[in-house]
Design a protein around this ligand. Structure first.
Ligand SMILES: NC(=O)c1ccc[n+]([C@@H]2O[C@H](COP(=O)([O-])OP(=O)(O)OC[C@H]3O[C@@H](n4cnc5c(N)ncnc54)[C@H](OP(=O)(O)O)[C@@H]3O)[C@@H](O)[C@H]2O)c1
Length: 415
């Protein structure tokens, strides 16, 4: 049986919804997502594998990829849910909503979920409570949620008589899906997406300073979707002063999305309030801040304390190099236009790697609903994540911090 789990089965719940439909106008993005649901009774192992597969239907970003399967007592799949991004229902809530809508009898039902159900009230209520109230009799999960705020779901379920099993043999699979997210949670900092747009040979501006527009409208629209997903978008003072960007999140027709990120400028030079990023007189000046620091950690602490859990860094090359060199990068989205410049302004500096061995390594990210390399009009988008940082699961990532930029090696272009 092939079950279509695309947008037609899913009613968007709010402006934060990231279903495939939203991306359908962009070339290279599947308009709907399909999953083959095996017919007949599934073993516990097969059901958990399906939950992990469902998790991968979700969009990458600042939230974990989680899938949930509801079966009847004999293992027949009844509902498949997954998490679609920050602010949307958790996978368990998604599957339970489908069950409620279909009037499914849940008295003997089992749930397989790729991450321990949460036990806290965030943007949604505790999944552990929702599972209990739905009448599910058995729960299987693949990885314990150790975050201070959300842990305790399995304990809650057991204390309410629900047979709850940790299937530790699937822990590695669940962990691999979410390592990047676990690291930012453990480090109490926002999840960091760095975005860059360059020529094929890695330049973001020509020698004469011309830089608009290197990539085409589809790539730019894709970048705006990341802005919309993020809680905050950050640039350096120099990009602000040179390019005067608004940092709005806009759709392909130029309309502002309802959900807008906090606009952030990092650096010590004062930005005059007439600059677009400040939003004075036009939009929402309260949705803007400058952080007067050169220390990434100071910026991250400041943003985290304001509730920012997903930060998008849009440049310039100094900021990209600074955060990459400090191993403060959870995902990298690199748009490349089929242009060759030979020389110009490099897409990244302040990153000191004098031997290949020291260079930060990345890997293609094939998790989630999109392929790691996409064609967007004439351009390509490559989605990358750091090569695994931790040597063993449950071990916080090992930082590979490179020596900090010094003027001696990489002079500031203004000097
Ligand atoms: N194609 C793209 O995707 C893209 C995106 C963005 C920008 N750009 C281009 O990038 C260029 C500007 O980039 P940029 O790298 O020169 O500037 P930048 O990264 O925007 O800003 C650099 C400034 O950040 C401040 N800063 C913060 N922390 C620092 C630290 N640890 N060390 C040193 N400085 C720190 C400094 O300013 P203070 O002195 O004020 O502290 C520094 O001059 C423009 O030409 C723009 O068009 C291209």
């Amino acid at each position: 049986m092939t079950t279509y789990l695309g947008p037609e089965m899913y009613t968007p719940v709010n402006d934060l919804d990231y279903s495939a439909a939203e991306y359908g106008h962009l070339q290279g993005i599947p308009a709907s997502v399909t999953m083959k649901i095996p017919e007949g009774a599934l073993t516990d192992d097969c059901a958990m594998r399906l939950a992990l597969k469902a998790a991968r239907q979700g969009i990458r970003g600042a939230n974990p990829l989680v899938g949930a399967i509801i079966t009847n007592s004999t293992g027949q799949v009844l509902h498949v849910g997954w998490h679609r991004g920050a602010g949307t229902p958790h996978a368990e809530a998604d599957a339970l909503a489908q069950a409620r809508a279909a009037g499914t009898d849940m008295s003997d039902a089992k749930m397989y979920v790729s991450l321990e159900p949460c036990n806290h009230t965030g943007k949604t209520g505790p999944c552990s409570h929702a599972i209990k109230e739905a009448g599910i009799s058995q729960v299987f999960y693949a990885y314990p949620d150790r975050s201070a705020q959300a842990s305790g779901g399995a304990e809650y379920l057991r204390s309410h008589g629900i047979v709850t099993t940790y299937m530790r043999e699937f822990a590695d699979d669940s962990y691999a899906l979410n390592e990047r997210w676990f690291i930012s949670v453990a480090e109490k900092r926002p999840f960091i997406t760095i975005k860059s747009a360059s020529t094929l040979d890695g330049f973001i501006a020509a020698a004469d300073g011309t830089s608009k527009w290197i990539t085409g409208s589809q790539a730019r629209a894709d970048g705006h979707l990341i802005r919309k997903r993020a809680d905050a978008v950050m640039i350096g003072t120099r990009t602000t002063l040179l390019d005067n960007p608004s940092l709005d999140a806009r759709d392909i027709s130029g309309q502002r999305y309802k959900k807008q990120p906090l606009r952030v400028v990092m650096g010590e030079t004062d930005i005059p309030s007439t600059y677009k990023v400040c939003g004075l007189g036009t939009r929402d000046p309260e949705n803007y801040m400058q952080v007067y620091t050169h220390e990434p950690r100071v910026l991250l602490d400041e943003l985290y304390s304001r509730g920012v859990r997903h930060l998008m860094i849009e440049g310039g090359p100094g900021m990209v190099g600074l955060f990459t060199g400090e191993d403060l990068l959870d995902e990298l989205v690199w748009y490349r236009a089929p242009i060759l410049m030979g020389h110009g302004k490099s897409a990244m500096y302040r990153l000191i790697t004098n031997t290949l061995e020291n260079a930060p390594r990345l890997q293609l990210d094939d998790l989630g609903m999109f392929p790691s390399v996409r064609v967007l009009g004439e351009d390509t988008a490559t989605h990358l994540i750091p090569s695994p940082r931790s040597t063993a699961k449950n071990t916080p990532g090992i930082r590979r911090v490179l020596p900090r930029f010094t003027h001696k090696y990489f002079p500031d272009p203004r000097e």
